[in-house]
Design a protein around this ligand. Structure first.
Ligand code: KIV
Length: 273
């Protein structure tokens, strides 16, 4: 049975126990109404720092602040009943030291009510993940193509093309699992790397542009709904074209305002029809 249909809220322990079982369904969400719509269908609502690009129009996620994540995290928690809400720690909020990571994770958890935080990095973040996990902060790790490191990676480039690159991602996966992460997002890696990692580590892998063999999948909701058209990565599947619907609705509205056919008498107070 999918955890998504259970009445009680999905916990990080439930997700950890899904290793090798029913695929974990995860989508991003940034607002309360969207969280309410997605909640019955998913196990995890991820308040990703992708919001910087899809909501705020930033060129990368590097400019996202802790305040943005807290505001959107709290909104999503208000809209969610049973999905496990995970909030991204933004760039600069955790890389300095385990103590900085703890301070900012505690703020995110206390001010949003979310169940866990997500942070990017592998071997180099293992000590921080251990520090947080040992102090009661569940951590979802994120390895492979890590968008906060876009400038160091030289762009949004898939990882694992060379043996050395693949060995690094595999070492990252082992490191975050051993450090106590309850799950790990693997983004933008060449097959069969994520498939191999999924078979090797004890925690669930959640793929995005990684492999159908992962223990779960995640996509950015605006990509799924066709609401973000700046660019479309190869791994995105559009399940709707709401961007075109929005544009058509705005065009019809504009035409009716200009033609004075909206508002009609049915939209006016004190007018009998
Ligand atoms: O920020 C985000 O939305 C993410 C997912 C794409 C995994 O990290």
């Amino acid at each position: 049975m999918s955890v998504a249909t259970a009445a009680k809220p999905v916990t990080t322990r439930d997700l950890r126990a899904r290793k090798g079982g029913d695929p974990i369904v995860c989508l991003t969400a940034y607002t309360a109404p969207m969280a309410r719509m997605l909640d019955p269908h998913v196990d995890v609502l991820l308040v990703g720092d992708s919001l910087g690009m899809v909501i705020y129009g930033l060129p990368t996620t590097v400019g996202v602040t802790l305040e943005m994540m807290i505001a959107h995290g709290a909104a999503v928690v208000r809209g969610a009943e049973h999905a496990c809400v995970v909030v991204d720690l933004p760039f600069g909020a955790y890389q300095e030291s385990p103590e900085q990571a703890f301070r900012n994770s505690a703020r995110v958890m206390m001010e949003t009510g979310c169940a866990a935080v997500k942070l990017e990095g592998g071997v180099e973040m293992a000590a921080t993940i251990r520090f947080l996990a040992e102090r009661g902060i569940p951590v979802m790790a994120h390895i492979g193509l890590t968008p906060q490191a876009v400038h160091a990676l030289g762009g949004f480039i898939s990882q694992g093309k060379t043996e050395a690159e693949a060995a690094k991602v595999a070492a990252d996966a082992r490191a975050v699992a051993e450090a106590g992460a309850f799950a790990v997002v693997i983004e933008g890696t060449q097959e069969p790397l994520a498939r191999r990692i999924t078979g090797e580590i004890a925690i669930p892998t959640i793929g995005i542009g990684a492999s159908p063999a992962c223990d779960g999948q995640v996509l950015v909701i605006d990509d799924v709904l066709g609401m973000f058209s700046d660019f479309q990565p190869k791994f995105v599947k559009r399940y709707a074209d709401l961007g075109a619907e929005v544009s058509a609705a705005a065009s019809r509205y504009a035409a009716e305002v200009k033609a004075r056919t909206f508002p009609g008498p049915e939209h006016c107070f004190g007018v009998k029809r």
